[in-house]
Design a protein around this ligand. Structure first.
Ligand SMILES: NC(=O)c1ccc[n+]([C@@H]2O[C@H](COP(=O)([O-])OP(=O)(O)OC[C@H]3O[C@@H](n4cnc5c(N)ncnc54)[C@H](OP(=O)(O)O)[C@@H]3O)[C@@H](O)[C@H]2O)c1
Length: 240
């Protein structure tokens, strides 16, 4: 019986903490994987089916050069968290993401899987006074979450096949096969706050989920809240 080849991948933000498991698991499935990074030497992957690509998401030409038209794009770009100061204006999601879509349009790539955060569902309207760790973190980083919202809105009207993954807390560790999902079809409404604000999931489980989205139609055109019943505690949660 003929088998259908799995799509090749282009992982943008290949040095991200969530990228390692996606690249490793993707290669183990027999996929060709291109890793796009400002400094690909930091990716640390050597494999015959792995192609490092140098570039910046603000540079559409570098993005286009990494695409052949056939890859599923997995974008993990984000802003490094600085514990010493609140983030100022952020546009790496919305502008960087738009550059990715422009390059895809140019090269003919059709599908993009991207990661924002459960924080997009709960940006408090004003500084919280409730001592809730999650509310206070999201308020502090509201410029980041607001740009994630802009990116999701751009995707929703882009015409591309897309899925947004919205985990909350990611931690190292083996696969637990414990993911729960909430589907947000109209994810321009950001007031759901479902699934438990501090639930923890592992990079390994989220990677397996991301790869499952590379083929088929499940979840296309939606934002998927990714949760679990697990809370590993604040010590397991390491903002950059
Ligand atoms: N980790 C968590 O607990 C968590 C939870 C929920 C949501 N998220 C979100 O999910 C996404 C992935 O998370 P993560 O923790 O794996 O990310 P991360 O470790 O913070 O990595 C962010 C990535 O974005 C890249 N990047 C930033 N600006 C870039 C630019 N101009 N051009 C090219 N690459 C650029 C960085 O590259 P460099 O190495 O060159 O800086 C890095 O690879 C992020 O958007 C994050 O905010 C993370």
């Amino acid at each position: 019986m003929a088998t259908t080849a799995l799509s090749p991948l282009l992982v943008i933000g290949a040095t991200a903490r969530s990228a390692g498991e996606i690249i490793t698991q993707g290669l183990a499935q027999g996929r060709r994987v291109t890793g796009f990074a400002r400094d690909p030497r930091k990716i640390g992957v050597t494999h015959p089916n792995f192609i490092p690509a140098t570039g910046d998401v603000y540079d559409v030409n570098s993005l286009g050069a990494a695409m052949t038209g056939s890859e599923v794009i997995i974008s993990l770009i984000g802003l490094k968290y600085d514990p010493k100061k609140e983030s100022g204006f952020v546009d790496v999601y919305s502008v960087g993401g738009s550059m990715i879509l422009s390059a895809m349009r140019r090269k003919g790539n059709r599908r993009i899987i991207t990661m924002t955060s459960g924080g997009t569902e709960q940006i408090p309207p004003e500084k919280p006074t409730n001592n809730d760790v999650s509310d206070n973190f999201v308020w502090r980083e509201r410029n980041v979450y607001q740009d994630m919202q802009r990116w999701e809105k751009i995707l929703a009207v882009s015409g591309f096949d897309y899925v947004v993954m919205r985990p909350r807390r990611l931690a190292e560790g083996p696969k637990r096969n414990n993911l729960k999902f909430t589907i947000h079809k109209n994810h321009t409404a950001f007031d759901e706050r479902t699934g438990g604000p501090q639930s923890t999931v592992t990079y390994a489980d989220v990677a397996a989920f991301a790869l499952s989205l590379a083929e088929g139609n499940t979840y296309l055109g939606t934002a998927v809240g990714i949760y679990s019943d697990l809370f590993l505690g604040n010590e397991a949660f390491k903002p950059n």
